[in-house]
Design a protein around this ligand. Structure first.
Ligand code: 3HB
Length: 328
């Protein structure tokens, strides 16, 4: 009877599968680079609390802020092997792996924070997430964001021309490196938690940063010249390890997805609501402020465009979505 052993192994396999499926208590881990006072970390904590409650205490999520589990590149590796379950990642690291995401960093893709929020909720942006399972082994649940990018410096910063030769801290990713190279600055990649000390000890002259973090981490104490440029948006993405995702029940997937999306949307709302207020707060401090527009960066933008129109094929569809938002 040649069929018998086969049936037996299929049945045994089926049984093993059935035993794996019933709602199992899970202790998930979520990593992120932002320290506890940052809104992203608070959203991660709220997500953990919500999942605990909605699963009737069955699932827990331990949140590891301040790159306790490593920098974003290391966390992505852990997510790929299944050693880490979830993360809130800057799209910066994602764009290092999937260059198409670089399109989200086109200089002046959006003019203000409301447009950034709307663009991240557009089909064009959401469709990008479909690439993540195959290209990076991650399931992209949705976007969050931080504020638009500004520049702060220890020395004179009246216009983009003053960036020439400055050692300027950037988040480690290529689209922003290419932008600042084109301005004549010397971009220095450095993760957020290292920035304050690097400014204090003179390792860097200037930083690329958002209003919110400038205020939370008091970077103005160490760099009191600000160029309000609003040159780039700064999306974040909430992800689950593809390896972990494939073994989750439909019910657990739904729970994680819904709860994480709610928190990510709240992060977008938060930055959208506070951007103007934060700008006003900074304008009220004892710092020197100048402004720069898209026109002031025209040459750098043209150079960026020649590099990234080749690398990021989604650039036209995102531009189209942004144009629709601007026109509406
Ligand atoms: C950054 O400047 O690298 C950064 C800023 C944020 C959140 C995460 C990273 O507000």
């Amino acid at each position: 009877m040649p069929m018998k052993p086969l049936m037996t192994s299929v049945m045994a396999g089926g049984l093993a599968l059935m035993m794996a499926i019933p709602a199992q208590a899970r202790d998930f881990r979520l990593g992120l680079i932002t320290p506890p006072p940052h809104r992203w970390t608070q959203a991660a904590e709220a997500f953990a609390e919500d999942v605990k409650q909605k699963s009737g205490g069955e699932h827990s999520i331990a949140v590891f802020p301040s790159q306790q589990l490593g920098n974003e590149a290391q966390m992505v590796q852990q997510l790929q092997t299944g050693a880490l379950d979830m993360a809130f990642l800057t799209v910066a690291e994602i764009s290092n792996r999937v260059p198409d995401f670089g399109a989200l960093y086109a200089p002046y893709l959006v003019d203000n924070i409301d447009q950034a929020a709307a663009l991240l909720k557009s089909d064009a942006a959401i469709e990008l997430l479909d690439q993540l399972p195959a290209e990076a082994g991650l399931v992209g649940v949705g976007y969050g964001m931080a504020g638009l990018r500004q520049v702060m410096s220890r020395d004179q910063l009246e216009s983009p021309a003053d960036l020439e030769g400055k050692k300027l801290r950037i988040t480690p990713f290529e689209p922003i490196r290419d932008f600042y190279m084109a301005t004549g600055a010397a971009p220095t990649p450095m993760p957020l938690p290292a920035v304050y000390d690097a400014l204090a000890n003179g390792q860097i002259d200037a930083i690329d940063m958002d209003f919110d973090s400038i205020l939370i981490f008091k970077f103005y104490e160490r760099s009191d010249k600000m160029l309000i440029s609003n040159h780039m948006m700064f999306p974040m993405v909430g992800v689950v390890s593809g390896r972990i995702w494939k073994d989750l029940s439909a019910e657990d997937r739904e729970l994680l997805q819904t709860s994480m999306r709610t928190q990510l949307d709240a992060v977008i709302d938060h930055f959208q609501a506070l951007e103007k207020e934060q700008e006003m707060e900074l304008r009220g401090l004892d710092i020197t402020i100048h402004e720069a527009t898209k026109e002031d960066f025209a040459d750098a933008i043209a150079e960026w465009e020649t590099i990234w129109s080749e690398k990021a094929k989604s650039l036209p569809s995102l531009r189209k979505a942004a144009a629709e938002i601007k026109g509406s």
